[in-house]
Write a protein that binds this ligand. Structure first.
Ligand code: DCP
Ligand code: MG
Ligand code: MG
Length: 536
């Protein structure tokens, strides 16, 4: 008989971890009394999840509150609309897993894949007798002879150790699946719940796939693909396995056909991709209907306030802010989303700016005015705010060249100061000197240097002790004059494009005044050219 390893590569050791009744466990950790009652987590009018006590009454995820109450009149509800604590716990779990491997991939808030192949291969060398920890999926006792049996057995020990650590450090129970690929690990983990783990050996992969009740149970086949396949009479995993490949290609296209055909046989070659920090940090809030600007502002202020907490925790400095508005058109009865984004001044996040919220709100409301004409009636059913880009220091830029120079000058004198202090030194509002907050894997030394140099740049700008120091912070673009009717403090904090737009707007409205007024002088641009000329 052909070994299963000849059809598929069994060299990897993958663990999938899923936190049990995630939101409910977070709430029970905050309020231990909730452990002894049936607990549902409420978002709007549905129970998004519940603890296992509540599940005994038949409560399911996404059930209507009314329905859940009928099944369990004593159900206690906790509001789960603010995701802050769930997100925080989620990242704590991921951080903990990163102690075992650099290859940790987040999937939603409560799941992670970990590729522990390297760790297991080291353990394999140590030898000794072994037995599986936890459940084994499948009837078959036949085992492949490529070495995967020993590796996956060792992997079950690692999975148990990881789960014990999550329990002892974060007081969370989890389920784990162990296999040689992500697909099988995820499917195996859901076999025995809660607080258990399951390994699937390659010889049982087909059995696991064929046990799935629907194609939708295959991670990787979403609703759209499911419906596409269904229309072509491909309804079960067995149907998919037996479909003529050429036919499948016409249904889904060649790449997808290969991918899902492999999945149906339990073959998944996708690597565990390390998840970095999220590419955007955002919040959205659906609402019945908002049609007045004061309400819009109030909602956005609330969103911004919560968003700033998240950004502070993330630690990076945002560069762009994006506003999302979902409008409902009464005539066509159709809702659609529109977004606008613009840059934000990074110094707002690196210093203890008074009225920071108000200053960012000015930008947000400006974006709003680009989507909605306040003179016409409108119905908004969702508002969202997100920071979409984060600041990194451009490589080989003039700023980074100068920064290196500063690093050399300043390491010794400021070594003991904390990053927090660095961040609070006041920065020039239009400084183009980039602030490096996070490089992918900064060495401790490099990180310290960049923080030191940041402080140095800003402080030197303030003191203006020597001409050469002043120039560093002067690497900024043309400054835009503040229109006399605008609040100077707020204006100063607006992104350059917005300042320019306001000024152009003002100019358009009152051109004569500008040319006559002695108050408004043409700004003198601080260009790079100026910098070099003055420095010579
Ligand atoms: N969640 C949600 N909406 C859904 C499903 C889940 O908001 N339709 C939230 C609540 C869950 C969390 O995501 O706590 C994780 O989803 P899971 O499907 O893993 O569900 P649980 O962790 O709650 O339960 P389980 O023990 O089945 O994993
Ligand atoms: Mg879960
Ligand atoms: Mg989950």
């Amino acid at each position: 008989m052909m070994s299963t390893s000849e059809l598929d590569d069994h060299s990897r050791c993958i663990i999938h971890i899923d936190i049990d009744c995630f939101y409910a466990q977070v709430e029970m950790n905050k309020e231990p009394k909730l452990r002894s009652v049936p607990l549902g987590i409420q978002q709007k009018n549905i129970v998004v999840t519940s603890n296992y006590k509540a599940r005994e009454f038949g409560i399911k995820k996404c059930m209507l509150i009314a329905e859940a109450r009928k099944l369990c009149p004593d159900l206690v509800l906790a509001n789960g609309e603010d995701l802050h604590d769930y997100r925080q716990t989620s990242y704590q779990v991921t951080n903990l897993l990163q102690r075992y491997s650099a290859l940790v991939e987040r999937l939603g808030l409560d799941e992670n894949f970990i590729d522990v192949t390297t760790l297991v291969n080291e353990k394999v060398k140590q030898g000794g007798d072994l037995s599986v920890v936890g459940n084994v999926f499948g009837e078959s006792s036949e085992r492949c002879d490529c070495g995967c049996t020993r590796r996956l057995t060792l992997c079950t020990l690692v999975a148990q150790e990881i789960r014990d650590l999550i329990k002892s450090e974060l007081n969370l129970t989890t389920c784990a699946g162990v296999a040689h690929n992500k697909l099988l690990a995820k499917l195996a983990g859901s076999r025995h719940k809660p607080n258990q783990q399951t390994v699937v050996f390659p010889n049982s992969a087909l059995e696991l796939m064929l046990s799935l009740s629907s194609l939708m149970s295959i991670p990787g086949i979403g609703r759209a693909m499911f419906e596409q396949l269904h229309k072509s009479d491909i309804k079960t995993v067995e149907d998919l396995q037996n479909t003529d490949f050429k036919k499948l290609e016409t249904v889904t296209g060649s790449d997808k056909a290969h991918f899902i055909y492999n999945l149906s046989y339990g073959i998944d070659k996708t690597p565990v991709k390390p998840s970095g920090k999220p590419q955007s940090i955002g919040l959205e809030d659906a609402c019945k209907s908002i049609s007045v600007e004061t309400e819009v502002k109030k909602k956005l202020e609330q969103l911004l306030h919560r968003l700033l907490v998240l950004v502070t925790e993330d630690g990076r400095v945002p560069k762009t802010i994006k506003l999302t508005v979902r409008k409902f058109d009464k005539d066509s009865k159709i809702s659609h989303r529109e977004t606008r984004q613009c840059n934000v001044n990074p110094s707002l996040f690196t210093s203890n700016q008074p009225n920071k919220d108000a200053k960012i709100m000015a930008t947000v409301m400006h974006l709003f005015s680009r989507i909605i004409d306040p003179k016409k009636p409108y119905h908004i059913t969702l508002l969202g705010l997100s920071f979409t880009k984060f600041q990194e220091l451009p490589r080989n830029s003039i700023a980074s060249f100068l920064r290196k120079d500063l690093e050399v000058q300043s390491v010794i004198s400021i070594e003991n100061q904390s990053a927090v202090e660095d961040a609070s030194s006041s920065a020039p509002s239009t400084s183009n000197v980039a602030v490096e907050v996070e490089s992918p894997t900064p060495s401790p030394k490099k990180l310290k240097l960049s923080l030191v140099s940041k402080k140095r740049c800003f402080r030197e700008y303030e003191d203006c002790e020597s001409p050469s120091k002043l120039k560093v912070a002067e690497l900024c673009l043309d400054s835009v004059p503040c229109p006399p009717d605008a609040d100077k403090d707020v204006f100063k904090e607006l992104p350059w494009e917005v300042q320019k737009e306001l000024w152009d707007d003002y100019k358009r409205k009152r051109p004569s005044e500008i040319f006559c007024s002695s108050q408004v002088k043409k700004s003198k641009p601080n260009t790079l050219l100026n910098y070099f000329i003055r420095n010579n």
